[in-house]
Design a protein around this ligand. Sequence first.
Ligand code: SAM
Length: 311
Amino acid sequence: MIKKNTERNKTIRLTEKEENSYVARSIKLSAHNKGVNLENKVIWQDTFRALNYIPDNFADLIVVDPPYNLTKLFGKNIFRQTDAETYKKWLDKWLAKLGRILKSEGSIYICSDWQSSLLIPEVACKYFIVQNRISWEREKGRAASDNWKNCLEDIWFFTKSNKYTFNMEAVKVQKKVVAPYRDVNGKPKDWADENGKKIRYTAPSNIWTDITVPFWSMAENTDHPTQKPEKLIAKLILASSNIGDMVFDPFLGSGTTAVTAKKLQRRYLGIERERKYVALALKRLETADYDKTIQGYENGIFKSRNYKLTS
Ligand SMILES: C[S@@+](CC[C@H](N)C(=O)[O-])C[C@H]1O[C@@H](n2cnc3c(N)ncnc32)[C@H](O)[C@@H]1O
């Protein structure tokens, strides 16, 4: 029997009028408005210019999802793939500025594909201490006849010092128990019975296989070509910041870092140079005033991938 697809396309889109009205809520930084309140704002500007006006020791957490070293169209601008040395120089141009902006006990995460990933620590270790590399599995990838299908992305985890926030309890992973051992009194050993299911909560590893990249039937989906899932960013924010902390993203895109920070009661600041993405970010932030849901994260628990589709 063919199952009828009744799901609605939920992709967030804007009319020209809406785009104009959202963009009007963004700010631009210059020598003339030094000291302007940067809390919970979206900056519509080239990041290399705007970063000069962000104060020292501003951010508790920085999440960076930069253009990877691939040719890609972002709105009206193309980022062009280049040789490794030129890409490293480009990384250095903004990483040097982030070193000044991150607080002494702060953390910074940098997203990459496997090729750009080879270059990131070479530059970032000039300013930060490397703590880990997370690899997460993208569900989809383009098949190749002469190579392995590319379904992996990395997120590098750096800190400014060896004193930093890490809330392990907030990002524990729910697992089904295969071997439900009991102690001599018959009590479950390290697991619990939840609604008839045997469940254990374990420390999260640096391999994540529970992530779904936004697609048309997800409420967070936009037309941004490389939008990150809120669930992915939620893990970084929950682990490496506390309620009320400042979360900063210098390549904001459609706003995922800011939106997730807002939903998790953090303060935020983001920079993006494409008008359309600035507007999308501001629309998503407005929706987050009343809708705090993060797909795949419920009641403090990260659910398995596509759990709604499979349960
Ligand atoms: C990989 S995307 C970020 C996607 C974002 N994490 C999201 O979930 O939507 C990188 C973004 O950086 C923006 N960008 C590239 N160069 C920039 C620059 N010099 N200044 C500001 N934004 C820039 C691009 O327009 C693009 O939206």
